[in-house]
Design a protein around this ligand. Sequence first.
Ligand SMILES: Nc1ncnc2c1ncn2[C@@H]1O[C@H](COP(=O)(O)OP(=O)(O)O)[C@@H](O)[C@H]1O
Ligand SMILES: [Mg+2]
Length: 447
Amino acid sequence: MISLSVISTEHRGIWRLTTALDSMNKSMQENGSYAAIPVVILILDYLSDYIDKMHHPKEDAFLFRFLRLRAPDALADIEKLEADHDAGPHHLSALRALALSVTNSNTKSQKAFHDKLISFIGTLRTHMQFEETTVMPLARKVLTKEDWQEIDAAFLNNDDPLFGTNARAEFAALRAQITLFAPEPVGLGGSFTTEMLSHISKKTVAPANTPAPAALDISGLTSHYGRIQALHGINMQVEEGQLVALVGANGAGKTTLLRAISGVQAVSGGIICLHGANITKMNPDKRVRAGICQVPEGRQVFGPMSIEDNLRLGAFTRPKADLDEDIEKMYGLFPILKEKRHLPAGTLSGGQQQMLAMARALMGRPKLLLLDEPGMGLSPLLVQEIFRIISNLKKQGMTILLVEQNAHAALSIADKGYVIETGTITLSGTGQELLNNERVRHAYLGM
Ligand SMILES: Nc1ncnc2c1ncn2[C@@H]1O[C@H](COP(=O)(O)OP(=O)(O)O)[C@@H](O)[C@H]1O
Ligand SMILES: [Mg+2]
């Protein structure tokens, strides 16, 4: 039964972290200072890795598995605990997103963060208490000697990639880092200064062997117009620095998907994560601040305003001081815009308006650029020019999701492509694979 004491030790560690969170939460509420937010995020990330990758899998795969066999009467309880385990990552990523946005936002979202943190701490504690007071005594009573042998052997297996020696060392290192930064009064030892916090990079807490989260990770996304379902469970990943093409016929749902990513189209199910943070419920202007920028279909530049003013408008989230330099960069990318800088945008041709719309989006220094049919309505020569510029942006490291009916142009420059048909992804592969695919050739390339 040594496995039970392993679980209890882990519970005590997790409990201490909830105490730290609780105490930081109170002091943030009392003094209105959010300087400790980076520590909160560090703890959340640690909990997320530790609980979801190490603590829960052991309980699920061994303790709960045997309990299901030996204590059928307790099935409902076990299932409730397993459901808690499944829901954990969602709560943590929602909480993390709230914590990230709390420092520069209004009292309403600050309250949302505090409330969510309190309820998270409460849920986690109730869960652990129930395991300690009900599940573990039950396990002691009903599991056989052979069961315990198997469970204990698994728990003590030092080679296990999830909870063996290496994993434990990794978590110990992460925990030491938190202890180092956590404020003294919260009971984790250590103390922090703002200077120290500036050294916490977002990635410090990811264990060395876990890949960085995708720039954009969409799973099971659905969306409706009234009773009509336009997206049926879309799954899609765009890695940092990738150019991904989404091709499909008119009415397939491409624009709906981009608008859902930007937050202007309501979603009815599924999850959208930006660099690992769940943004499914985040409002659109926060998403812009988080680096998502969409160039809408049909360009939509502000016709009566000058080209240069249109560009300034694209940078509304940024300090005014460094705008001129960026405007010069855009003129370097799109020389025609410089020539006409003082003219109303409405006087530009279709292709030039497309360039202005892209330049305006780039002024916001997006982390993820969403392009909706940039080639639409343009002459073949201009399409080529626009796609050459998109290719260049990719070479400069920009992450891009490109939506196109012009499948050939898009797939030719894409790292990866998805085909969407009536709201469902029906094919995916590298740009080249899709270009060579029989169905794609037939349906989209007219071959
Ligand atoms: N505002 C709307 N109200 C109702 N249905 C809509 C609306 N916009 C789009 N749709 C429907 O949703 C589906 C997907 O449209 P859309 O995302 O614009 O496709 P795409 O961009 O691939 O051409 C289509 O069937 C379309 O008729
Ligand atoms: Mg569209």
